[in-house]
Design a protein around this ligand. Structure first.
Ligand code: GLY
Length: 287
């Protein structure tokens, strides 16, 4: 089966000076994950790889370059799900971590729990051998300046990946620094299975971005995937789900989707959303 892949780099009001850097970052992440899929690697491995690349890229609000909370600290959220087994892993409000998606993977692999948060997640990270990332490794000048000037514009930057492998299996992953100036301990949709991330081989898989509180209330990815069950194509399903988000919660955001045939869809109601997918043999980046 031909694999499929779609990535997002967040929905919101993008800073124009970062357009080229975001595009480059998405291309790099897409190429890394696509190589895995072409070599018959799993959808789960591909979404993890894409997300790690985006977390390591300081232009996105995930991992390195995450936005700061009220106290000027970084607390990150991430989750992932495998559509064949329904295995899932999630972490929320975790400090001092470079690649939250890898910690979510460790939760998934350990298998006992689905969702770890705060200090418990941090202790689990140390037990699993994740190094404690220092503040200078994670906090960028740009995010520090935003925080110091209390600049509240909705810059995008949450990252997400959805893949189908050659076996027809689906997986989804999402990672974020959350929302600017958030309350310490706040966890958004990116860590919540069914809201920010969902995968079911029989229907489809998705990753969301935008107002976390609204996306949780609307269980956005699960809502979109249920629309695939009703026979909608992925573009229609994404559109209807985003309209539902706005109508019922007044929320702004977007999501990317693959259906069980590997067809891509995405929609958003923000000024822009960064997306990367394949059209024929060409990687298309939309901003
Ligand atoms: N969608 C990212 C967040 O609200 O944390």
């Amino acid at each position: 089966m031909r694999p499929a892949l779609i990535l997002h780099g967040g929905a919101g009001s993008p800073a124009a000076d970062l357009t080229a850097a975001r595009e480059q970052g998405l291309r790099r992440a897409f190429a890394a994950a696509w190589t895995i899929l072409q070599q018959n690697g799993s959808a789960l491995a591909a979404v993890i790889r894409a997300t790690v690349e985006l977390e390591n890229d300081s232009v996105f609000n995930a991992g390195v370059g995450s936005c700061l909370n009220q106290e000027g600290n970084i607390e990150v959220d991430a989750s992932l799900m495998e559509g064949s087994t329904f295995r899932a892993g999630a972490v929320g409000a975790v400090r001092n971590l470079r690649n939250p998606i890898l910690l979510a993977q460790a939760v998934l692999d350990a298998g006992r729990h689905v969702f770890l948060v705060g200090e418990g997640a941090e202790r689990f990270a140390r037990l699993q051998g994740f190094p404690s990332a220092t503040r200078p490794e994670l906090v960028t000048e740009r995010q520090l300046r935003r925080w110091q000037s209390a600049q509240t514009t909705g810059e995008p930057g949450t990252v997400g990946a959805v893949a189908m492998d050659t076996g027809g299996h689906l997986a989804a992953a999402t990672s974020t620094g959350g929302i600017f100036n958030k309350q310490p301990g706040r966890v958004g949709d990116s860590a919540v299975i069914g809201a920010g991330t969902y995968a079911d081989d029989t229907l489809g898989a998705g990753s969301a971005t935008g107002d976390g509180e609204a996306i949780i209330r609307a269980t956005l990815t699960r809502t979109a995937i249920e629309l695939l069950r009703d026979g909608k194509d992925p573009t229609q399903a994404a559109r209807i789900a985003v309209d539902f988000l706005h109508k019922r919660t007044n929320g702004e955001g977007g999501l990317i989707l693959l259906d069980a045939l590997g067809r891509v869809g995405y929609a958003y109601n923000t000024p822009a959303m960064s997306v990367a997918f394949l059209a024929g043999d060409r990687v298309v980046i939309r901003e």
